[in-house]
Design a protein around this ligand. Structure first.
Ligand SMILES: NC(=O)c1ccc[n+]([C@@H]2O[C@H](COP(=O)([O-])OP(=O)(O)OC[C@H]3O[C@@H](n4cnc5c(N)ncnc54)[C@H](OP(=O)(O)O)[C@@H]3O)[C@@H](O)[C@H]2O)c1
Length: 292
């Protein structure tokens, strides 16, 4: 493992994962440009860690602010080794009754925020010929399908699609891209950060049940954000970094199960898929249909 000190740039550090990651990096001896909508919320970390933390104002929906924050971090620290797109939130409602504005506003932070900050960082990463981009997706951006979370999970899938292209384009500059896919962790994500809209009776068994599962899990979510942060700081110091990292027991198992399901389905339909090309045998038998 490489234990060289690193410089981090992290979004959404006021609370939750962003804050625990900031603290874990600082405790490891690293430097952090810690961005938040209200950077005064980082005063206690400044007091504890002095000039190794640089609090910066950043609402990730503002592209000019993203550029200014990255410039500020670069001016102070001279490089950015790890860029973390962490800021994000989810509201709950069925697609049928979601206000268009609410669906789009979630995308502004969850996807466009990642786009703005990443795009502003690429010239710096290219100039220094290296760096790690750590994108906070979710197990909901790997497996998905959680009723009530369409905007959020669509944005998380979009982050993965964006990050695959980013990886291909920036690998020649020595840049690595890691998509982090947590399951439930004890942060404010399913608490004060989440608005639950009215769930019509027709969606009680889907959106309503999902909402109950997410928000009333007894002692709280299974995941410890302090452990996750420590793990991510260790991962960032490796030379061999995975492209995707499910984190939390449910994320680990659900991701493997999803991979197996997809493999089985693709294998079952393989000959039909191939048969659409000019050069292939056509027509071919379909897999047996379900009994009506
Ligand atoms: N906790 C989980 O169970 C879980 C599971 C999977 C994925 N995640 C992902 O983990 C990431 C962090 O969430 P969390 O669990 O730490 O939730 P959290 O405790 O609610 O923290 C969310 C953070 O995002 C910030 N934020 C929201 N909108 C922003 C914006 N427009 N600009 C800048 N900052 C903004 C918040 O800042 P303010 O304080 O200003 O509101 C806060 O610092 C998110 O991307 C989330 O989707 C979480």
């Amino acid at each position: 493992m490489d234990t060289t000190e690193q410089t981090w740039f992290i979004t959404g550090t006021s609370r939750g994962f962003g804050r625990t990651l900031t603290r874990a990096a600082l405790r490891a001896g690293d430097r952090v440009a810690a961005t938040a909508r209200r950077p005064e919320q980082l005063a206690d970390l400044v007091e504890e860690f002095g000039d190794r933390i640089l609090p910066l104002a950043l609402d990730v929906t503002d592209p000019a602010a993203a550029r200014a924050a990255l410039d500020g971090a670069h001016a102070r620290f001279g490089r950015i080794d790890v860029l973390v797109n962490n800021a994000g939130y989810a509201n709950v409602s069925p697609i049928e009754t979601t206000e268009d504005a609410d669906f789009r506003t979630q995308f502004e932070t969850n996807f466009w925020g990642v786009y703005h900050v990443t795009k502003a960082a690429i010239p710096l990463l290219r100039a220094q010929q290296g760096g790690l981009v750590m994108q906070f997706s979710s197990v909901g951006g790997r497996v998905g399908g959680s009723p009530g979370l369409a905007s959020y999970q669509a944005a998380k899938f979009a982050i993965d699609g964006f990050s695959r292209v980013l990886r291909a384009e920036t690998a020649p500059f020595g840049v690595k891209v890691l998509v982090v896919e947590p399951s439930g962790f004890r942060t404010d994500w399913a608490g004060s950060s989440m608005t639950v809209h009215d769930v019509p009776a027709a969606y009680a068994g889907t959106v309503g049940a999902m909402n109950t599962r997410m928000r009333q899990s007894g002692a709280g979510a299974a995941g410890d954000p302090v452990r996750a942060a420590e793990i991510l700081v260790r991962v960032a110091k490796r030379r061999d970094v995975p492209e995707h990292l499910p984190i939390g027991a449910y994320a680990a198992e659900a991701s493997i199960a999803q991979g197996r399901r997809l493999l089985a389905e693709d294998t079952r339909w393989r000959e039909v898929a191939r048969s659409a090309d000019f050069a292939e045998a056509y027509p071919v038998p379909f897999p047996a249909d379900a009994a009506s």
